[in-house]
Design a protein around this ligand. Structure first.
Ligand code: FE2
Length: 331
C-alpha cells in the first residue's frame, strides 16, 4: 500500500545538459523546439518550455563533452524536502546544502548510486511573463509559441547506469518514488526500471549501460500536446538536418508515443506523449517484462533500433564508430 512519503517528490524540475557545440544546440532547443531563453550566465543558457510554471526547464552549458549535469527535483513541501534530505544523508549520498540560485531557492545536492549529480529543493521562482510572452488566458504559464515543435513541458529523464539494480533501489527505498514498470533479465538483474511521482506513468528511468561507465545519460524527454505534434516534429527535424534515431512509434513499455533524435551536441532527446494514459491507482502493481518479452520489440512490433543500446553521453571512446557498427548489425 502506498504511504505518504511516496508523494514527497512533486516532479522533475530542470536538467542541465552539456554540449560541445553550444551554438548549434542552442538553435535546436530555442529555435526548433520553441523554447525561450530566460537567462544567459557564463557558459550557460537557461531555456524554458512555454507551459512550465517555473523559470526554466533546461540549463544548456558549453562543455568539452556532452552528457547530463545536475538534475533538479522539486519536493512537495518544506517538510517533504527535509524528510528526503534526511533519507539521502542516511544513505551516504548527500553532498550538502546550496545557496539559492537561478530559478530555485535553497537546494540540497546529492548523487545517485551511479554518480549522477542531483539536487532537491522546495522554494522556487514562478515564471512571470513579460508583455511579449503574456498568454491570453491567465491559467497558462506563457504564450503559446506557435512555431517549431512547441515543446510544452519536460516529461521524464532516462539515465544510463552501470548498476540499474542499485540505482532503482535508491529511487524506491531512499527517494520513495513508486515503480511503474521494469525489465528483468534472465540473470535476475534489471535492464531498465521506471519510476513515477504521481499519476504520470514515469518521471525517472534507468537503463543498463553496456560500457559499465558510471554517470552516463540516455535521454531527456519533452512532451508536446499531441501525438500529431510528434509526427510534425519528425518533419521539422528532417527539414533541419537533425538526426532522427528512432520513431515516430509507440513503446510497448508504458505505451508512450515517441520520437528520438540526437541534438547537435550528441545528446539523445525524446518527444513523448502518453495520450490519455494515467496510473490512477496509488498502489499500481509494478509491471515486469522479461528479457524475451523486451526482445519482441515495440508496441506494434518494430524492433528497437540497435543504437538505443549503444549510444549514450558523454561519449565513450569511439562512440560514433560503435553506433555505426551497431546500425550495421555488427554488435
Ligand atoms: Fe523516454
Amino acid at each position: 500500500m502506498a504511504t505518504p512519503d511516496q508523494f514527497e517528490i512533486a516532479h522533475l524540475g530542470a536538467v542541465e545538459l552539456f554540449t560541445p557545440t553550444f551554438d548549434e544546440s542552442l538553435h535546436f532547443f530555442r529555435d526548433l523546439l520553441a523554447m525561450r531563453e530566460v537567462a544567459r550566465i557564463g557558459d550557460s543558457s537557461y531555456l524554458r518550455c512555454w507551459d512550465e510554471y517555473q523559470l526554466y526547464t533546461i540549463k544548456l552549458t558549453a562543455s568539452e563533452t556532452n552528457g547530463v549535469g545536475r538534475t533538479l527535483f522539486r519536493a512537495s513541501s518544506e517538510e517533504a524536502l527535509q524528510n528526503r534530505v534526511a533519507a539521502i544523508e542516511a544513505a551516504g549520498l548527500g553532498r550538502g546544502w546550496r545557496e539559492p540560485e537561478v530559478g530555485i531557492g535553497r537546494s540540497y545536492e546529492f548523487e545517485d548510486p551511479d554518480g549522477h549529480t542531483m539536487a532537491i529543493y522546495y522554494d522556487t521562482e514562478r515564471y512571470v511573463p513579460d508583455d511579449q510572452d503574456r498568454p491570453a488566458l491567465k491559467n497558462q504559464a506563457s504564450k503559446f509559441p506557435g512555431y517549431g515543435v512547441n515543446a510544452r513541458r519536460i516529461d521524464h529523464i532516462n539515465y544510463l547506469a552501470s548498476d540499474v539494480d542499485a540505482a532503482g533501489e535508491f529511487w524506491r527505498d531512499v527517494m520513495r518514488s513508486r515503480e511503474s514498470e521494469r525489465v528483468r533479465l534472465d540473470n535476475g538483474s534489471m535492464a531498465a526500471w521506471w519510476f513515477r511521482f504521481h499519476q504520470k506513468s514515469y518521471d525517472v528511468v534507468y537503463s543498463d549501460d553496456w560500457s559499465k561507465q558510471r554517470g552516463r545519460f540516455h535521454h531527456l524527454a519533452f512532451s508536446p500536446d499531441t501525438r500529431e505534434d510528434i509526427l510534425k516534429a519528425a518533419d521539422i527535424f528532417l527539414e533541419n538536418g537533425v538526426y532522427i534515431e528512432y520513431g515516430p512509434y509507440k513503446h510497448a513499455i508504458n505505451q508512450t508515443f515517441f520520437l528520438y533524435v540526437w541534438e547537435p551536441g550528441g545528446n539523445r532527446i525524446e518527444f513523448a506523449n502518453a495520450g490519455a494514459r494515467l496510473l490512477a491507482d496509488p498502489d499500481w502493481p509494478v509491471v515486469e517484462w522479461s528479457q524475451a518479452e523486451r526482445a519482441r520489440g515495440q508496441a506494434w512490433g518494430m524492433k528497437t533500433v540497435a543504437t538505443f543500446h549503444t549510444h549514450g553521453t558523454p561519449f565513450v571512446e569511439n562512440q560514433e564508430e560503435i553506433d555505426r557498427q551497431a546500425l550495421e548489425g555488427k554488435h
